[in-house]
Design a protein around this ligand. Structure first.
Ligand SMILES: O=C([O-])C(=O)C[C@H](O)[C@@H](O)C(=O)[O-]
Ligand SMILES: [Mg+2]
Length: 435
């Protein structure tokens, strides 16, 4: 008889939740501007075998309120009992006031439902459990997902209109210039190409009149001929305006992202745009897939493991996209090294990942991992180290948590509209379509 290998004890003995505030530059979008600091939640899952797994997700109050009871339910469970996580999350009650008529960041993350809130928390725990499991057995997360099909994952430059600094010099300074016109956008893209090697460029639009944003994309196309370009106004345009922009840019756009809101509007634009439509707003839950795909309202889904419910659900989404012939890319929000590592692991396992993924990471000057992830030639290498391949910088985590503790509550919920009011006191969330 061959001896059985000793199985490490994966029983979860402790779950630590640490809300933090992370520096964020004054990036503009159709809602307003990013706050000087944005909330994130860092999750640590400690096993009886002495291994700690790391996860990261949204840190706004409503997410924290759900994370605490779910964390309590995890203790005593096995870190690799991942299917049970969904049943446990279902047991966590969501206050209807959190989801009725509620939109996150003005709808930039799509619909808000009780399920999606739960999944956004569950995903952070799933990643932490996978990290703990991988570390315990000496295997990378991609191997636990079935194995990588590529050694590196391509990312796209994420260009933003921005101010040089936050009003009154709030927050942490960075060394980026303002970008408020086509020349500023091109200068920003040049730096992204030089410093990170990104080969494709996405511009966050919906900030200025569509003609000005058309001019910015045209300037990018002239400066970087033949490179894939994307424009994303987060649903700020009417169907008519969307078609006008599509007509002006269809020869240079790889895709147009969420030009308008809702499946009906997207379907109307898609029918005549002559350019693929991508989304991280119109389809953000499994329940929205059937109508959007059968009506051909979207041609590319930007998955986001946070709100789709983790890395394994992301793979399920990829399978559905493949079945429908819909392309797959990945969405990003302000995220740190833990989430970027998680995203890179799952991206490495998905054969039909057809586009370079988004990442806000270059905008983040702070992190909670000991070694920042480094883009080379616009790609991240897929780590073969056990788990996610990142380690926690405890001093930095403590400092960012202290910032959260010191905040009077003003910044603990991301609110781009409120951040804009600091400069324009009459600013209200623009109603859509804005143009
Ligand atoms: O692709 C997107 O829609 C996003 O990344 C949504 C984000 O909220 C972005 O608009 C931002 O951070 O300003
Ligand atoms: Mg988008």
């Amino acid at each position: 008889m061959t001896p059985t290998a000793r199985i490490p004890d994966l029983t979860i003995s402790e779950v630590r939740l640490t809300p933090i505030l992370v520096a964020d530059p004054p990036l503009l979008n159709t809602q307003g501007v990013h706050q000087p600091y944005t909330p994130r939640l860092i999750i640590e899952v400690v096993t009886a075998g002495g291994v700690t797994g790391l996860g990261e997700t949204y840190g706004d109050t409503k997410y924290l309120e759900l994370a605490r009871p779910l964390a309590a339910k995890l203790e005593g469970r096995a870190a690799n009992d991942l299917n049970a996580l969904f049943a446990l999350a279902d047991e966590v009650a969501v206050d209807p006031a959190q989801v009725e008529n509620a939109l996150d960041v003005g709808g930039q993350r799509g619909v808000q439902t009780a399920d999606k809130l739960r999944l956004s928390i569950l995903s952070g725990f799933e990643v932490a459990c996978l990290d703990a499991w991988g570390k315990a057995v000496g295997m990378p997360v991609h191997a636990l997902l079935g194995g990588k099909v590529r050694d590196r994952v391509e990312y796209s430059a994420y260009l933003f209109y921005r101010w040089a600094e936050h009003p009154g010099g709030a927050g942490e300074p960075d060394d980026w210039d303002a970008a408020l016109d086509p020349a500023g956008v091109v200068a920003q893209a040049e730096r992204f190409a030089r410093d990170y090697g990104f080969g494709s460029f996405k511009l966050k639009g919906g900030v200025f009149e569509p003609d000005q944003e058309i001019a910015a994309i045209r300037a990018l196309a002239e400066r970087f001929p033949g490179r894939p370009l994307r424009l994303d106004p987060n649903g700020a345009w009417s169907v008519e305006t969307s078609l006008k922009v599509a007509g002006a840019l269809r020869d240079v756009l790889e895709y147009l992202e969420d030009p308008t809101t809702g499946t009906e509007g997207m379907a109307q634009v898609a029918a005549a745009a002559g350019v693929p439509l991508a989304t991280n707003m119109c389809v953000t839950t499994f329940g929205e897939i059937r109508e959007a795909f059968t009506r051909d309202a979207v041609q590319v889904v930007l998955s986001d493991h946070h709100y789709w419910g983790g890395l394994r659900n992301t793979r399920d989404l990829a399978a559905i996209c493949r079945a429908f012939g819909v392309g797959l890319s990945m969405h990003s929000n302000t995220h740190l090294g833990i989430s970027l590592a998680a995203m890179t692991h799952v991206a490495a396992t998905v054969a039909n990942l057809d586009y370079a993924c988004d990442s806000h990471y270059p905008w983040q000057t702070e992190d909670v991992v000991t070694e920042r992830l480094t883009f080379r030639d616009g790609h991240l290498d897929v780590s073969d180290a056990p788990g996610l391949g990142v380690e926690l910088d405890r001093a930095q985590l403590a400092a960012l948590h202290q910032r959260w503790l010191d905040d009077d509550g003003t910044l603990r919920d991301r609110d781009d509209t409120a951040a804009m009011r600091v400069v324009e006191p009459d600013w209200v969330t623009p109603s859509v379509p804005r143009w």
